[in-house]
Design a protein around this ligand. Structure first.
Ligand code: BEZ
Ligand code: FE
Length: 301
């Protein structure tokens, strides 16, 4: 019988898990236990601190609903979601637009609209034209690519955060034309604070972080045979562009709002131009970090 102490416990736990038939599950759990034990030894975690961690994770779970995913928010604010995205991008076999966070406010059932339509249903604000192309790694248009978009209103809230989440606003789906061109009207993107009324907000305040995301608009872009692209565009000059609470910004995703843009399909409006590059799909893995919260709850049952 092996004596269990603060060192031998790690090998004992790994020994019990060695029977795991699925090799990937075995690899993930072994590494997780090693790092978790190393972390615990490194900070010399006390029973009260361990219990505080259990209380925190319990509160994170209790905050989740079909319209709120506090675990995704936790992953985002710890930099885990951005890390998963960076690793995912590295696995692509071709150059593509960088991923950015899906965040907790995507929904899979946004209305299908026609090119040029406005996603603004009721929110006031400055209207802009978003336009560009969806291209492949050689710059050739991807015909009929599906472009899903969503953004917050002027108060910094997504439709899902309002009292009746069944009413959709500031989201829509567009089919690019035969040369991969898309355009639509929306609000000039604004920055906002992530939801701070839960345990993740408590963590952010305890760390004296500001909790803001820079102005952005979200995109999920897909076409058969290509890796799905989950990304966002960020507005140049935003006060939080270098300190996004959830680490979503990359230089290549920063855009500027132009006035009098003769290349815009709606030149009377301010415009935001961006061409998205998709890589071919060489595996089954999607680019998604996160999901529509209602889908996560549905799968868990
Ligand atoms: C968002 O951009 O919608 C978002 C991303 C991460 C956390 C909170 C919000
Ligand atoms: Fe967002």
């Amino acid at each position: 019988m092996q004596a269990i102490d603060e060192q031998t416990i790690t090998e004992a736990a790994l020994g019990q898990m060695a029977s795991t038939p699925d090799p990937r599950l075995r690899q993930i759990m072994e590494s997780l236990v090693r790092h978790l034990h190393d972390f615990t030894r490194e900070v010399d975690l006390t029973p009260e601190e361990w219990l505080e961690g259990i209380r925190f994770l319990t509160a994170v779970g209790q905050k989740c609903t079909a319209h709120r995913q506090e675990f995704i928010l936790l992953s985002d604010t710890l930099g885990l979601s951005a890390l998963i995205n960076a690793l995912h991008d590295k696995r692509a076999t071709e150059d593509a637009t960088k991923s950015s966070l899906l965040g907790p406010f995507y929904r899979h059932d946004a209305p299908m609209m026609k090119l040029g339509d406005s996603i603004i249903m009721k929110s006031p604000g400055t209207e802009v034209c978003f336009y560009g192309r969806v291209v492949d790694s050689k710059g050739k248009g991807v015909p009929n690519a599906l472009v899903q978009v969503w953004e917050p209103d002027e108060t910094g809230n997504y439709d899902l955060q309002k009292h009746d989440p069944s009413e959709m606003d500031l989201r829509g789906c567009f089919k690019a034309d035969s040369e991969g061109r898309y355009y639509f009207r929306g609000l000039c993107p604004l920055g906002y604070m992530i939801p701070m009324d839960g345990p993740v907000g408590d963590m952010i305040r305890a760390q004296k972080r500001h909790g803001y995301r820079p102005a952005h608009i979200h995109f999920v872009i897909g076409a058969p045979g290509y890796r799905e692209l989950v990304t966002a565009l960020y507005v140049e000059g935003d006060a939080h562009i270098d300190s996004d609470t959830v680490f979503g910004v990359s230089d290549s995703l920063i855009i500027s709002v132009k006035k009098n843009d003769p290349a815009s399909p709606l030149p009377k409006l301010p415009s935001i131009h961006y061409d998205f590059r998709l890589a071919v799909a060489k595996d089954q893995m999607s680019g998604r970090v996160g999901a529509d919260p209602s889908q996560i709850i549905a799968k868990a049952h």
